[in-house]
Design a binder for this molecule. Structure first.
Ligand SMILES: Cc1ncc(COP(=O)(O)O)c(C=O)c1O
Length: 349
């Protein structure tokens, strides 16, 4: 049959959209193999189309996580040169995989005085871009094509599930939650968006501090995070997220990573409190990378991270104060300045 080849997709295209799985009466999971393929593929294809990626342009980016993997997969398919700036926290198996995909990985040995390794990586990236003449940086934290790429995910959710009442998901760059919520609200402005962060991440007002949970949270404020998209914010600790990841696995057989666990914990609680609402939770990556950590009881116990997830969050009055247990704040679609200002006013009053 002549037209056969048209029906085949390449690897990143075939993995792009999440599987939609029913997790509870009114709760659905959007389970991605690797959510970051959505922005990585969109940004690189669009840059090629617009001429930003010329025949010899090298793609350069800073990442120690899944965005780097997604870029390396996409760059391999597009036969593009790719340099990734990372840090010593990079997981060795991920490092090997990036190299196998043809990426050049540069490791920053020391953190910056302010902004830690994330700032050190950005400084190195700036130097690379100044030295090399023809580079393109996808800039996931500021490129509006990151949130815009999630329109296809919103369309997929809508066409599979119909009208949704609530979207829950982890926040790192802000791209997935802001982009998906914005696109869903084009037809359903009342949709609630609940962001999941971790204590000591600056995203929703905490002072920067050391964090065990990776993939969500941030030491720097990303331009792609529009705080006004969020109705509620929850902060989950690493131990709670890990326990919820295992609970998700045990109770639904879904084998996902720890940011999925954190989002599941919050979504399950919210969905049970709103039995008439149709809730969907973003589950950004699979569990394979975390077999020797989150899925290893001995690893968890040795670090004091074992335990059952709590049943409910504590309500916080001051969102700038990290709590050491799962906490929740009614953000109310306000800017960061509005929230922090109002919290300070309430505390003084
Ligand atoms: C595993 C995982 N979960 C969640 C996120 C957060 O997604 P976003 O950057 O779209 O806010 C990331 C971001 O890198 C991630 O790697």
């Amino acid at each position: 049959m002549g037209g056969h080849e048209k029906t085949y997709r390449d690897a990143t295209g075939s993995l792009l959209l999440p599987r939609i799985i029913r997790l509870d009466d009114n709760l659905y999971g959007a389970a991605f193999t690797l959510m970051k393929l959505v922005p990585a593929r969109h940004i690189l294809l669009k840059a090629e189309e617009s001429g930003l990626l010329g025949p010899n342009t090298e793609v350069v980016e800073t990442t120690s996580g899944t965005f780097g993997l997604a870029l390396a997969m996409q760059a391999a398919l597009m036969k593009r040169r790719l340099t990734l700036v990372s840090d010593p926290v990079i997981d060795p198996a991920l490092h090997r995989r990036l190299v196998d995909l043809g990426a050049r990985v540069e490791i920053c040995a020391h953190p910056a005085d302010v902004g830690g390794f994330q700032q050190a990586r950005l400084d190195r990236l700036d130097r690379i871009r100044a030295e090399r003449p023809d580079t393109f940086c996808p800039e996931q934290y500021t490129n509006p094509d990151n949130p815009a790429s999630y329109t296809v995910v919103a369309e997929h959710l809508e066409s599979t599930l119909g009208e949704l009442d609530c979207l829950v998901g982890p926040v790192g760059s802000g791209g997935s939650m802001c982009g998906t919520a914005r696109a869903l609200r084009a037809t359903r402005p009342g949709l609630r968006a609940i962001g999941v962060d971790t204590p000591h991440s600056v995203l929703f007002g905490h002072p920067d501090g050391s964090r065990v949970l990776r993939g969500l949270g941030n030491s720097l404020m990303p331009g792609n995070l529009d705080h006004r998209e969020f109705d509620e914010i929850h902060w989950c600790t690493a131990a709670e997220a890990f326990a919820a990841t295992r609970l998700l696995h045990r109770s639904t057989a879904l084998f996902q990573g720890p940011t999925s666990g954190a989002a599941y914990l919050v979504a399950r609680w919210w969905a049970r409190r709103h039995p008439d609402a149709r809730v969907v939770v973003m589950l950004p990556d699979e569990g394979h990378r975390y077999q020797d950590t989150v899925y290893d009881d001995a690893w968890l116990a040795a670090r004091g991270l074992a335990g059952a997830p709590p049943e409910q969050p504590v309500e916080v009055v001051d969102p700038t104060r990290p709590s050491d247990v799962w906490s929740r704040y009614a953000w109310g679609r306000r800017s960061l300045g509005q929230v922090v200002g109002a919290a300070a006013g309430e505390l003084i009053a």
